[in-house]
Each structure stands twice: as C-alpha cells, then as structure tokens.
Design a protein around this ligand. Structure first.
Ligand SMILES: Cc1cc2nc3c(=O)[nH]c(=O)nc-3n(C[C@H](O)[C@H](O)[C@H](O)COP(=O)(O)OP(=O)(O)OC[C@H]3O[C@@H](n4cnc5c(N)ncnc54)[C@H](O)[C@@H]3O)c2cc1C
Ligand SMILES: NC(=O)c1ccc[n+]([C@@H]2O[C@H](COP(=O)([O-])OP(=O)(O)OC[C@H]3O[C@@H](n4cnc5c(N)ncnc54)[C@H](OP(=O)(O)O)[C@@H]3O)[C@@H](O)[C@H]2O)c1
Length: 288
C-alpha cells in the first residue's frame, strides 16, 4: 500500500453541509461546498518544467474504479477552482495519485505547480469516467493507447488486479513530443514488479511501447501511424490488431483520440460504454 502517510486530520465528515475548515497554517477558512472535500498533499515529484506528479490523502469514503477521473483543485480568492483529473493510483491504495501538465497561463496549473507536502487540495466526492474495464467485453489482449498526460488513467489500470483477471496481455503505448516526457510511464511500468498486488502478474504480461515525435529517441513516430503501418506489431513481434482477441482504451488530446478512433473503427472495432460494453473506449485527457 502507499508509503506516504501524513498526520493531518482529514477534512471529511459524514455528509456535512460544509466541509470542516483546513487545519493548515495560512489556509483559507471559508467553508467549502458540500460536494467537495479538502485533502492534503503527501508527495510531489517534478519530471520536466511542464509535467509533475503528486499524491494526496484519500477520504475513507472515496471509492472509484481504475481509469476514472475526478474534479480536483485549489481555493483561489476563497473560491474553488477545479479541473478534471484522471486518478493515476489504483483503487486499493491509501493515497490518490495524479499526473499533471503545467499549462502556460493555465488558471489551475499555474498555481498547482507550486504545491508542496502538507498543502490543501480540493476534491469532489464523486469520480466518473468511461475508461473502465466494465465497458469492455472479455478478450485476450488489452491495448492502452495514450499521449501526454493521457497515460494517467492507465497508471491506475496497470496496478488494478482486475485488469489481469480480464486480460492475458496488456500493451500500453505512450507517445510524447520529447523523450523526457516519457519518464512517468517508464517509472510506473518499471515499478510494477514491486507492486504488492500485481507484482507477480504484471511484469510477465505488460509490454510498454513508448515513442516520441519531436526528439531523438529509441522509437520515433505517432502511434496512429505506427499502428496503421503495422510497425508497432513488427517492433514488438506480436500479432496485429484483431477485434476477436483485442480490446482497447484511448486517452489523450482530442485530435489524437479522433485519429486513433478512426484506426480502430477501420479495423472493425465497436465503441463501448458502461451501459453497453464493446471493443474500445475513449476519454479526452484535456479539451484541446
Ligand atoms: C476527463 C479529463 C481528464 C483529465 N485528466 C487530466 C490529467 O490526468 N492530468 C492533467 O494534467 N490534465 C488532465 N485534464 C486536463 C485538466 O482538466 C486541465 O485542463 C489542466 O489541469 C489544465 O488546467 P488549467 O486550469 O491550468 O488550464 P486550462 O484552462 O484547463 O487549459 C489551458 C490549455 O492548456 C492545454 N492543456 C490543458 N490540459 C492539458 C494536458 N493535460 N495536456 C496538454 N495540454 C493541456 C489545453 O490546450 C488547454 O486549452 C483532464 C481533462 C479531462 C476533460
Ligand atoms: N511550442 C512548444 O514547443 C510546445 C511544446 C509542448 C506543448 N505545446 C502545446 O501544449 C499543448 C499540449 O502539448 P502536449 O505535447 O502535451 O500534447 P500534444 O500536442 O497533444 O502532443 C502529445 C503527443 O501526441 C501526438 N499527437 C498529437 N496529435 C496527434 C494525432 N492527431 N494523432 C496521433 N498523435 C498525435 C504528438 O505528436 P506531434 O509532435 O507529431 O504533434 C505528441 O507526440 C499543445 O497545444 C501544444 O501545442 C507547445
């Protein structure tokens, strides 16, 4: 379970009309709306000048499925400023991990980039999302296609034991502009052998395929091109996509999602949902 523990009292209570004020020195004491909880930062790690991960305390009542997202944010001028964030940690962990962009002039991330251990982060009580195992019908292989911070929900799914109950093999792809932006997915996959729940199954069954598009790195190119041309399957010496055996999830920017969806639908894949499970599901990692 999580190595990070923090002695602050949690600011959740049983269905209050407002959440208890933060106990942190210098915190804003304005009451929060009842749909929000105030949590504490446990850990922060910056990867590049525009990418970082952090973890926060988890309310005991907070439940989610691997792949879902939740609204998180900060108090600015006494009011909550919230954005959607995929939960990167698995549902069994004590802490909640997130992987964040720092958007130039982004209202939230220009502030969020300064958080440190002990600071307050606001979070909605209810997670949601379509990138869930329930939305896919059973098959042999699961392909997780991501660009940029779109890898975040897959960090959760890779550490979810149910993933390995439902699928024999998991192929996770991550494409970024520069090689340095691939480190979070590299660290996540490299840490799988030490995972307390999936440490035995995952290393034998997960393949990571990382590419970058504007830098010199081991593998270059957009994943849409590498799948369409068959280059990815040749590189990994695996069978090409086949709707009979394969399922997929897509997470990244809208143009990427659109193009990747096209690749899959051209191969005969049908989009699924919670209500109607099928061959693939998508989630935008940001609007743009
Ligand atoms: C379902 C969903 C899940 C999301 N999960 C994550 C996540 O796990 N991690 C994360 O960092 N963001 C995620 N986002 C984006 C996030 O909600 C915010 O947009 C982001 O935190 C920037 O907030 P901001 O207020 O600083 O800037 P905003 O005003 O929200 O965005 C400013 C501009 O920055 C660019 N941008 C925003 N987010 C990203 C991003 N993630 N990658 C590249 N460019 C971006 C866009 O061009 C956008 O127009 C998600 C969005 C959605 C809809
Ligand atoms: N000016 C800069 O130097 C700079 C640097 C970083 C980010 N940004 C801006 O920041 C925002 C987010 O950047 P980001 O790097 O996180 O995300 P991004 O622009 O979506 O790129 C992430 C990765 O996805 C690939 N990609 C983009 N569209 C695709 C598509 N339709 N099909 C397949 N692959 C696709 C990109 O390849 P390609 O490289 O081939 O597009 C890149 O490798 C963008 O608006 C971007 O313009 C600017």
């Amino acid at each position: 379970m999580s190595k990070f523990r923090f002695p602050f009292q949690r600011a959740t209570a049983s269905k209050p009309s407002v959440v208890a004020p933060s106990q942190a020195p210098g915190a804003d004491f304005a009451p929060l709306p009842s749909n929000l909880t105030a949590e504490r930062v446990l850990h922060v790690q910056h990867y590049t000048d525009r990418l970082f991960r952090f973890s926060i305390t988890r309310p005991t009542s907070f439940r989610f499925r691997a792949g879902e997202f939740v609204m998180i944010g900060l108090r600015t001028d006494g009011r909550p400023l919230l954005r959607a964030y995929s939960i990167a940690s698995p549902p069994w962990d004590d802490a909640l991990e997130f992987y964040s962009i720092i958007a130039p002039n982004g209202p939230l991330t220009c502030r969020l980039k300064h958080i440190k251990v002990g600071d307050e982060v606001l979070m909605a009580h209810k997670p949601t999302g379509t990138l869930v195992l329930d939305a896919l019908t059973p098959a042999k292989r699961l392909f997780l296609f991501s660009t940029g911070t779109g890898f975040a929900p897959f960090a959760s799914l890779l550490r979810e034991p149910e993933t390995y109950v439902k699928f024999d093999k998991v192929i996770v792809t991550h494409t970024c502009r520069e090689e340095s932006e691939l480190r979070y997915s590299e660290d996540t996959v490299n840490a799988l052998p030490d995972d307390p729940l999936v440490g035995e199954a995952a290393p034998l069954r997960v393949t990571r395929y990382a590419t970058c598009t504007q830098d010199t790195c081991r593998r270059a190119g957009r994943i849409t091109d590498l799948v369409s041309s068959g280059a990815m399957f040749d590189d990994l010496a695996i069978a090409p996509l086949d709707r009979t055996h394969d399922r997929a999830m897509i997470c990244g920017s809208l143009p990427f999602i659109h193009d990747m969806q096209l690749v899959l639908t051209n191969a005969g894949f049908v989009e699924g949902s919670n209500a109607s499970p099928a061959d693939f599901v998508v989630e935008k990692a940001f609007v743009g």
